[in-house]
Design a protein around this ligand. Structure first.
Ligand SMILES: [Mg+2]
Length: 358
């Protein structure tokens, strides 16, 4: 067998729900949804038993309860998920040349130049190691490119492995809906449909003129991808560009004190994340969603980067005041920090000691 570059995509099956069921065996076999107890909560993850009822992530919790009255709702436990995630990523790191995390439970792994058999064997041993260490199942897609690896892992869920052999890329993609291609969102897909284009095979067959008309300068890339040519590399350690924390209120808030209290809590949250990644920020911004869903923000630049919670909080309150809400109802408030530098700059003023005379 000819060696090729292989990439695997791994994704834990129903991550939050699987962790809940693992730790409470009385939930096994029941339709479970992970969601806050909030009036406006949405489902974060649904167990496979809940999915036949139409319960899935991102639908409102009240809707999920309508669809499945016997649904068991479990609140999320983020610290626990983070700790499981660290264990799983440690296993990924041991088995791959490079790991690109996409979320807490999802990553691309670069297996380098190897044979299909070896790539499949490595993916299976990763699945076995994760199962042994965390008691969780994950699905894997193995292919010569990221797009197909990701589609493959999705199509063999739960607890599956699907490999696409080198040379089979185009035929694997051909029957799939056009919107499975990266970059083709619902809007583009709807426009393509007006031209009778619904499958990836039809995109792969377009001539240069049609490509230009449909996709502009991006056309040839789309066709390459549709033909299974996908040379994007696994990019490890993607730089953190910003860190944020936000809260949707149960009831719209007009009281500035309550908004400030939310910002105080969010400050603690973003500072903890900055400490974990050893970052300091020099941009602080506040995002506001009004009761009418209009979203806007205010941001400010600090003279020097910091992760001092007092300075970040003061800057956030300054941004809030510059938003001039004047008691308008607010549905969501969020804090965001950006423009990072590594480390924690010394704040000299704190270390100036009084002069001691001899
Ligand atoms: Mg997952």
């Amino acid at each position: 067998m000819k060696p090729a570059r292989f990439i695997a995509h791994f994704d834990i099956d129903a991550f939050y729900a699987s962790v809940a069921i693992r730790d409470d065996p009385s939930l096994a076999g029941k339709p479970v949804a992970i969601a806050g107890s909030h009036r406006r909560s949405v489902v974060l993850t649904a167990s496979y038993e809940a999915r036949p009822y139409g319960v899935r992530s991102a639908i409102p919790l009240y809707r999920a309860r309508e669809l499945c009255p016997q649904l068991v709702v479990v609140p999320p436990d983020m610290p626990k998920y983070k700790s499981v995630s660290r264990d799983v990523f440690a296993i990924f790191e041991q088995h791959a040349d490079a790991v690109e995390g996409l979320s807490m439970d999802e990553a691309f792994l670069d297996f380098g130049e190897t044979t299909l058999d070896d790539a499949v064997e490595r993916a299976q041993s990763i699945r076995a190691a994760v199962l042994e260490s965390t008691k969780l199942t994950l699905s894997a897609g193995v292919a010569t490119g990221k797009l197909i690896a990701k589609i493959a892992s999705d199509r063999c869920k739960p607890n599956g492995l699907l490999a696409v052999a080198p040379g089979d890329e185009e035929s694997f993609l051909a029957p799939l809906p056009a919107k499975s291609l990266w970059g083709i969102g619902p809007k583009t897909a709807a426009r393509l449909e007006t031209f009778g284009i619904t499958t990836i095979a039809q995109i792969a067959a377009l001539d240069d003129d049609a490509l230009r008309n449909l996709f502009g300068s991006w056309g040839r890339d789309v066709r390459e991808l549709a033909r299974g040519i996908d040379n994007r590399a696994v990019e490890p350690d993607r730089e953190t560009k910003s860190i944020s924390s936000e809260e949707t209120f149960e009831y719209d808030v007009r009281d500035e004190k309550q908004l400030i209290a939310a910002l105080r809590e969010q400050t603690r949250d973003v500072v903890a994340k900055m400490e974990r990644e050893n970052l300091s920020a020099s941009t602080v911004g506040v995002k506001i969603k009004r009761a009418n869903f209009a979203v806007f923000g205010r941001q400010t630049h600090l003279e020097e980067p910091t992760r001092d919670p007092r300075r970040i909080f003061r800057a956030a309150v300054y941004c809030l005041q510059r938003a001039h809400l004047n008691g308008a109802p607010v549905r969501l408030i969020g804090l965001r920090v950006a423009s990072f530098t590594q480390g924690e700059p010394k704040q000299l003023s704190l270390f100036i000691s009084p002069t001691v005379s001899p």
